[in-house]
Write a protein that binds this ligand. Structure first.
Ligand code: CUA
Length: 403
């Protein structure tokens, strides 16, 4: 009797587990707001290709699963041992097996897999196709943030360098060249394509496309050290005209600040920040004003010995053109969302509007390690610089001018 009750409980719990996970799956499939890293809600051509492969394969696998499970349960019930069975008496005839069945369940799965392979190979070939008007972006992963470099006029030099948030035109293919400067990372915007590893010394291609304007969330998916779990990224897709506006802004120097506090902040920046962070044209140790003559700064590469060059931290020339900072952990602008992690489809602005979230900037400058732990041994991540409240105030007044 007890066995029967246990079996019933197991059956009820199992059914409940299936229903709950099915419900979560369906909910996930319809909501990018609840699950910003949802793989079951494709928002572009490339992600569509994957999705239209996943669904039939999952259906076939599900059918096979049900058939096998029903078979197993039926066998277990049909040939179960009774209490009054006597050892060695009434057992089925022991045979080698059934040749017909064995050939059958070898051939049928092989045929199923062969059919799936045809669709699979077709999908893989389609993933590399791009339209003629595709743009190129070099993506560089490092502990623990992502850098994006644009060669707008295709002359082989970098015209725009930004970090954390990649901006792309909606409806156009974007050819990514994915690299790493330190360890292996993995670039992944689930709504726009599958994941691709960023491996030191190699360049991996990946094509993404967003059908509509919006913000698409991503996460590094290869363990890369202490702050791997908070190494996030975003893609912001814009209408073509808005994208052109963004390019225009990003290749024009921000206005030199005039108020005293911001100028003092610029001084603090040059002294405290320029050993890691770059602002194009702002030379470490140089007197204000900006030396923006050479902007857009093309000399960005491993072999350039320029003092303008920094490789350890995000380029902050147009910091306030991004919506988030600190590896996409904090919002740069005040809004309704408490966290910077969101996927919203439908609209996006070229130039973020609203009031800068100075509290977030101050929180970060007071102690970055509270938000994103650093690795002191290898000097990776942003350290606590021990800035005074006055310095933080001045720095923030300067940073918010970088638009
Ligand atoms: Cu970068 Cu994990």
């Amino acid at each position: 009797m007890r066995n029967k009750r246990n079996a019933t409980i197991a059956l009820v719990l199992g059914t409940l587990a299936c229903l709950v996970s099915g419900w979560l799956l369906l909910r996930g499939a319809t909501s990018l707001e609840t699950f910003p890293l949802n793989t079951l809600n494709p928002q572009g051509r490339k992600a569509d290709i994957i999705y239209s492969l996943v669904v039939p394969v999952f259906a076939i696998a599900g059918l096979v699963f049900i058939l096998v499970e029903v078979g197993v349960l039926w066998m277990a019930a049909r040939f179960r041992r009774n209490h009054d069975d006597v050892e060695g008496v009434g057992e089925p005839v022991q045979v080698h097996g059934n040749t017909g069945l064995e050939i059958g369940w070898t051939i049928v799965p092989a045929v199923i897999l062969a059919v799936v392979a045809v669709f699979n190979a077709n999908a893989i070939l389609q993933m590399d196709d791009t339209n003629a008007d595709a743009i190129d972006v070099t993506v560089v992963g490092q502990q623990w943030w992502w850098e994006y470099r644009y060669d707008i006029d295709s002359d082989g030099t970098v015209d725009i360098i930004t970090a954390t948030q990649m901006v792309i035109p909606a409806g156009r293919d974007v050819k990514l060249a994915i690299q790493s400067r330190d360890v292996i990372h993995s670039f992944w915007i689930p709504a726009l394509n599958g994941k691709m590893d960023a491996v030191p010394g190699r360049t991996h291609p990946l094509v993404i496309e967003a059908a509509d304007p919006g913000i698409y969330e991503g996460q590094c998916t290869e363990f890369c050290g202490l702050s791997h779990g908070v190494m996030r990224m975003q893609v912001k897709a814009l209408e073509p005209a808005a994208y052109d506006e963004w390019v225009q802004r990003m290749t024009t120097a921000p206005e030199q600040p005039t108020d005293e506090k911001a100028l003092a902040g610029q001084e603090v920046f040059v002294q405290q920040c320029t050993s890691c962070h770059q602002i194009n044209g702002l030379e470490p140790g140089a007197e204000a004003p900006y030396l923006y003559a050479d902007l857009p700064n093309p000399n960005y590469g491993e072999d350039v010995g320029s003092t303008l060059l920094s490789q350890n931290a995000p380029n902050l020339t147009h910091l306030m053109m991004r919506d988030t900072f600190a590896g996409n952990l904090l919002d740069l602008y005040q809004g309704d969302s408490a966290v910077a992690v969101e996927t919203t489809v439908g609209s996006a602005e070229a130039v973020p509007s609203g009031e800068p979230d100075t509290n977030n900037l101050k929180k970060w400058l007071r102690n970055p390690e509270d938000i994103k732990p650093m690795d002191p041994e290898n000097n990776q991540g942003m350290p606590n610089l021990g800035l005074s409240e006055e310095q933080i105030d001045q720095l923030v007044a300067f940073l918010v001018t970088l638009k």
